[in-house]
Design a protein around this ligand. Sequence first.
Ligand SMILES: Cc1cc2nc3c(=O)[nH]c(=O)nc-3n(C[C@H](O)[C@H](O)[C@H](O)COP(=O)(O)OP(=O)(O)OC[C@H]3O[C@@H](n4cnc5c(N)ncnc54)[C@H](O)[C@@H]3O)c2cc1C
Length: 408
Amino acid sequence: MDATLSPLLKRQHLIDPDVCIRCNTCEEVCKPKAISHDARQYAIAFDACNGCNDCIPPCPTGAIDSYRRVETPYTIAEQLGWESLPDDTAPPDAPSVRDTSLPEDVARIVAEATRTSGPVPPPWSAAHPYVGLYSAEKPAIATVVGNHRLTDEDAESDIRHIVLDFKSTAFPVLEGQSIGVLPPGTDASGRPHHVRLYSVASPRDGERPRHNNLSITVKRVTTDRDGKPVRGVASNWLCDLERGAEVRVTGPYGTSFLMPNHPGAKLLMVCTGTGAAPMRAMTERRRRRLPLREGGEILLFFGARRPGELPYFGPLQKLPRELVDVELAFSRVPGKPKEYVQDRIRARKDDVARLLSDPDAFVYVCGLRKMEEGVLEAFAEVAEGAGLVWPERLERLRREGRFHLESY
Ligand SMILES: Cc1cc2nc3c(=O)[nH]c(=O)nc-3n(C[C@H](O)[C@H](O)[C@H](O)COP(=O)(O)OP(=O)(O)OC[C@H]3O[C@@H](n4cnc5c(N)ncnc54)[C@H](O)[C@@H]3O)c2cc1C
């Protein structure tokens, strides 16, 4: 796998000997016969592994979900000699050839969505995500159990909260991850439509805990990026689905835009439109854990044209202030001056500067591409105003897995 792509780092799939209970499940399910063992240990042949991930869900301990970025892949003999996994010696932002757990098209979409922030490690205390359990060839089948409109009936944008039930299919997700949806039918050249990604809007225990479901927030695309009328393939199909409809799902995806798990971690969030989805997931995770008094402030900047265009506006108003401090920005309210999220960031400069200086604060930006530039400019201005050197601060935040930006 990727054996010819040196000198860039390769991502090698390995088995953690500390965790493996030697049950042989992985070797039994591995079709390319990449997994073997001796009397003590299990190993994965780098060249034989095709990244199909068939071995991941059946592993009872998670030992199989181990990776290292390496210049020269570990040999079978080396792996069989291990007592523990070797340390990951690659620097956190070292470029890897490609994330071999992702199919090409998804890797391309993800790289495009995170092009401004580049590869960023996850927060140090993030839970370990599962990635790519289901592919276009072998998707998970989910059933729509809810589809309701989040924006007002007279709003320009039709944004929907869609709940997908996975029944007995394992589909573990973390807040901030996304799923792939395969719309039915073919494109103009007769090929099956490519996968579209949607951020998960529910926390890791699902939209309804103990029901193996999750939600996504989908905006019906009716114009292209230049405003010309167009009927987006996947979004229109999803927005029109009724309860009981089946959806082919790939993923989950995302190893970086994840929330910290340790108590007291602070979250600074900025979003517009459906960029609210991961923020809802993280906020809801915190809300469900309020009785545990884990603490950690959340400051949320949320932009839309009008209140009626803002997904989750109603529920957001009901969240306790001790959980989340919300700053809304509306750009098209008749009789009121236009306001964008960057204006609210400037208005809250003291709190923003405090959080940008706080080693326990994590920044998340998600939404339309158009928002990015203004938000980064506002952060720069606020940081410089507080005596921070922004390029250095931003670089440090990224290096420490504390600055995550996803736009589409
Ligand atoms: C990491 C990631 C997470 C995402 N999360 C969400 C999410 O939570 N909710 C959500 O609704 N979408 C999300 N998207 C966007 C989603 O994947 C699709 O691109 C979007 O739904 C349009 O798909 P479509 O098939 O309807 O349009 P297509 O048929 O693919 O495109 C139709 C036209 O619309 C333009 N277009 C494509 N996407 C957009 C867009 N977002 N805004 C305006 N014009 C567009 C295209 O350039 C094209 O001209 C995410 C994308 C990424 C990369």
